[in-house]
Design a protein around this ligand. Structure first.
Ligand SMILES: [Zn+2]
Length: 157
């Protein structure tokens, strides 16, 4: 007697079954504002607006979900650069408070605005390389093969 397991033809592939993507290469391409897939097309149409589709290779980016991770990482990095500098300046020179504010508020703003786009690009590259969210061939929210969308017609509560 043979036991056969039935697998639907449209069953979502697990990430392990998909072609491997170089995570660090994808992140580096995203950090430089390039398409994580081909490295040629631009990833951003405007400052923080990710293009819907790569002009060079056609990879779709409209379903990325960088969400709050880029600002979160930016805050951590800028904070770890600016706060020690403020403390060192205070201990070394003891400048007036208005001098500290006049220097460090603009420095914080400029660093934040400079880092936000590359970090967002890196996050999109990370998601693309790992088939996260909409980058999975089965589409958004179906990356988990055990995921059953809305089985009882409601999400409870
Ligand atoms: Zn591309």
């Amino acid at each position: 007697m043979t036991v056969e397991t039935w697998t639907p033809a449209h069953a979502p592939a697990t990430v392990d079954a998909l072609p491997k993507r170089d995570t660090w290469l994808s992140i580096r391409r995203g950090l430089t504002g390039r398409c994580p897939h081909c490295g040629e097309g631009k990833l951003f149409g405007r400052y923080l607006k990710v293009v819907d589709r790569c002009a060079a290779c056609g990879e779709t980016y409209s379903h990325h979900r960088a969400d709050d991770l880029p600002p979160y990482l930016t805050i951590i990095i800028v904070g770890h650069l600016v706060i020690p500098a403020v403390l060192w300046t205070e201990q070394a020179f003891s400048p007036a408070d208005w001098v500290q504010m006049a220097v460090w508020v603009p420095v914080t703003l400029i660093l934040t605005l400079l880092m936000l786009q590359p970090i967002k690009g890196g996050v999109v590259g990370l998601q693309w390389a790992n088939y996260m969210h909409g980058f999975h061939p089965s589409g958004p929210d179906d990356a988990d093969p055990t995921y059953v969308p809305n089985p009882e017609g409601s999400r409870g509560g």
